[in-house]
Design a protein around this ligand. Structure first.
Ligand code: BYC
Length: 309
């Protein structure tokens, strides 16, 4: 084995972090670029369903809080694009791959946010699922990704509370508000569980990613953690998880669940969800409309550089 591979293996073995200056196998680098760029795209595309409700927030306070949350998501996208850039891919390339349909983003953002209760469900369930995944990724083997996750998780916990607060108000509000909260939970429950990806046996990248300690826990382990944390939160709200088989199992020490509709999952992942086209079209339009900002920034940087010389 050559000395570079041996040095890389030692870092992984010792649970140290791989840094951008370190030699790493091409497959490790490419797997990270794939996952981190998809993660970044998810943060940015994920601003759309919530952004749709900014001008219809029911109070000034809720509008301020939602605005802060959405800005955080944009910030997470920026940290993650920067992390991916340390692996030798440019932001332009990543955006092109998104626009060409070669890079994915989380399936959950292809579902519509139909009303204010959905904003609660997104913060509670979608950010809640993201936290479970991202807490695990704080220990990922690539240093810049791991450090980015630590900061992102701090912000995500505020997001989860923002959503849970909305759900609490609605679930304890009028019967109509409670019905809206229940309806939002009904629609977002299974799509949130599918954020964790396919079952372990069908997860193409998991085995290598776990070996390299990019992923520290499997898709199914994280999904189960999320279910176990979230069902009692639903009970506290007086709401019912839309799964008759979701019951505490004394033997396993976990909640059971029904099988998932993987046909729906793959349809959404492969571009045929309710909002895939809308989300991508919106991103492309914003990217093209704002090209002048990027051009101005580059021109300014060049001018500053020539003044300095
Ligand atoms: N949606 O081998 P697998 C947020 C793809 S945003 C779409 O298990 P892997 C927020 C997968 O990419 C935070 N595609 O893959 C923002 C692969 O396809 P490719 C979102 C999915 O990578 C705004 C194929 O299926 N969090 O919090 O080992 C507002 C096979 O899967 C999905 C992240 O992005 C999916 N759900 O594991 C509110 C977490 N699942 O690449 C909130 C970072 C799987 O071969 N990502 N696929 O074409 C990860 O942790 C991992 O990539 C996953 C999948 C666990 C998602």
């Amino acid at each position: 084995m050559d000395k570079y591979q041996a040095a890389f293996d030692a870092i992984i073995e010792k649970d140290d972090r791989v840094e951008p200056r370190d030699w790493m196998p091409d497959d490790y680098r490419n797997n990270l670029i794939r996952q981190i760029s998809q993660h970044a795209h998810s943060e940015v595309i994920g601003m759309q369903p919530e952004g749709n409700w900014l001008l219809r927030a029911p109070s000034l306070r809720s509008k301020q809080v939602l605005l802060a949350k959405i800005q955080d998501e944009g910030g997470h996208g920026l940290y993650l694009y920067s992390v991916a850039e340390t692996l030798g891919v440019s932001r332009e390339e990543m955006i092109d791959q998104l626009h060409e349909g070669k890079a994915k983003y989380s399936s959950i953002f292809n579902y519509p946010a139909l009303n204010w209760a959905d904003i609660g469900a997104i913060g509670w369930l979608v950010d809640g699922a993201a936290i479970v995944n991202q807490v695990s990724l704080q220990r990922t083997s690539y240093g810049p990704y791991s450090r980015g996750m630590i900061r992102i998780c701090k912000e995500e916990s505020f997001h989860q509370r923002q959503g849970y607060e909305i759900m609490l108000h609605m679930a304890k509000g009028t019967p109509e508000q409670k019905e809206m909260a229940q309806d939002a939970l009904n629609r977002f429950w299974f799509p949130s569980l599918m954020m964790f990806g396919p079952h372990d046996a069908d997860s193409a990248h998991s085995s290598k990613a776990m070996q390299w300690k990019i992923k520290r826990e499997s898709n199914d382990t994280l999904r189960q953690k999320f279910i176990d944390k979230t069902v009692p939160q639903a009970e506290f709200l007086g709401l019912t998880v839309p799964d008759p088989n979701c019951k505490w199992n004394e033997e396993t020490g976990h909640y059971d669940h029904s099988p998932f509709d993987w046909d729906e999952f793959w349809a959404v992942v492969n571009g045929n969800g309710p909002c895939n086209k809308e989300r991508l079209d919106h991103h492309k339009k914003a990217h093209n409309d704002n090209a002048w900002v990027r051009e101005a920034a580059v021109a300014y940087a060049k001018k500053t550089e020539s003044t300095l010389v």
